[in-house]
Design a protein around this ligand. Structure first.
Ligand code: SAH
Length: 366
């Protein structure tokens, strides 16, 4: 990996294990309150429990000291707060922590905490694997196993939040880990509902971004949901032919349908769109590609996020030279496109979700 790893832990002792108890994080506050009422408990205990889990970062019921002991026992019989385990942790000098989370059924996903200035951003997965098949990406090399549940998505957020020191506050969430969030929209929206709720993580939707390969019907459903999350669309190519090559799912959709759906999302949400463009040396980084891309984007109110490729072992792609990255940038900037180039280390591993899982899958268990 590119990340300068200063510490890797494997299979650390953890406070959870697979169990037949229900995953508490799958419950909304209303559902938990209903469970409490059904079990003869007052509804207000729901907010207390949410406070312990989401604010005080407590994952053991016996530590929830303002709950009656009987209720703590009842909860412990029925529920588990964390259903997964941390199979590996990588920390880098630039303040980036990457977790490989092993789910109750053995599936693995990655998630990342990034520190930059006052920002504390987390990058979270939505599926085990991915079905989209983008040819340069590690996450989809073996296809998709399954969707994550709402609770499994939230658990990644809580595990990353728990790594923050006192005085650090989680500020941003990006659904840019493994998987295609819009192929698992219901569970993703359920998780984000808790992420944005004052009773949950309290992160404003303006600080939450959903990244998609561009699935128009699901983009429209997201717009209809009415919460103004930021939308990032992974474009990666300025024309149909090249996009078909790099993002195979594009064959069935077409670049114009993706752009039209993105435009509709902008109109209904009012949130400026982001387009992502992974720069692959000798593939989509020519001056002509930059000009074509500028032609598509300059009339739109968008931010173009250019991500120099983070190489994946076994794949034939490489990061462009500094020189061609600079040329690409210059063409877009002089056409008036709002461009951001990702360069920081944390962003590199963020973009390369899927690699830790992959690298470990080829190594013997520690
Ligand atoms: N499925 C969603 C979200 C997951 S990937 C999507 O397609 O947007 C998040 C971003 O990282 C996408 O833009 C993806 O194309 C990019 N990415 C994947 N592998 C990468 C790599 N090896 N180097 C750089 N960016 C990569």
């Amino acid at each position: 990996m590119n990340l300068p790893v200063i510490q890797t832990q494997s299979g650390s002792a953890d406070d959870s294990a697979s169990s037949d108890r229900r995953h508490l994080l799958n419950l909304s506050l209303a559902e938990l309150q209903q469970w409490l009422v059904d079990h003869g408990e007052p509804k207000f205990r729901g907010k207390q429990i949410f406070g312990w889990v989401y604010e005080k970062r407590v994952s053991q019921f016996d530590q929830m000291s303002d709950l009656p002991k009987k209720l703590r026992e009842k909860l412990d019989q029925e529920f588990i707060v964390f259903g997964a385990r941390e199979a590996a942790v990588q920390t880098s000098r630039d303040g980036t922590d990457k977790l490989l989370v092993r789910l109750a059924d053995g599936g693995e996903v990655e998630c990342v905490l990034l520190r930059g200035g006052n920002r504390r951003s987390i990058c979270v997965s939505s599926q085990v694997g991915c079905a989209m098949g983008c040819v340069f990406c590690a996450s989809g090399l073996d296809g998709v196993d399954r969707n994550l549940t709402r609770g499994e998505i939230i658990e990644q957020m809580l595990r990353l939040q728990a790594r923050l020191d006192d005085g650090e506050r989680l500020s941003h969430i990006v659904m840019m880990g493994m998987g295609e969030p819009l192929a698992n929209l219901e569970q993703v929206l359920g998780a984000l509902e808790i992420a944005k709720s004052a009773d949950g993580l309290g992160i404003s939707p303006r600080r939450i971004t959903i990244s998609t390969v561009g699935l128009p019907p699901a983009i429209d459903r997201l717009a209809k949901n009415g919460v103004p999350y930021n939308l990032a669309v992974s474009l990666h190519a300025p024309n149909e032919e090249l996009r078909n090559q790099l993002v195979p799912v594009n064959h069935k959709i077409g670049i114009n349908a993706v752009l039209a759906a993105a435009d509709r999302y902008f109109e209904s949400s009012g949130r400026r769109l982001t387009f992502e463009y992974v720069l692959l040396g000798g593939v989509n980084d020519a001056a002509e590609h930059a000009r074509e891309l500028a032609g598509i984007l300059k009339s739109r109110n968008v931010l173009l996020n250019v991500i120099p490729y983070n190489p994946v072992e076994g794949l034939p792609y490489h990061t462009p030279s500094r020189h061609s990255i600079a040329d690409f940038r210059q063409i877009l900037e002089s056409a008036g496109v709002n461009v951001m180039f990702r360069q920081r280390k944390g962003d590199e591993i963020d973009a390369a979700c899927g690699q830790l899982r992959r690298n470990r899958a080829t190594q013997p268990e520690a």
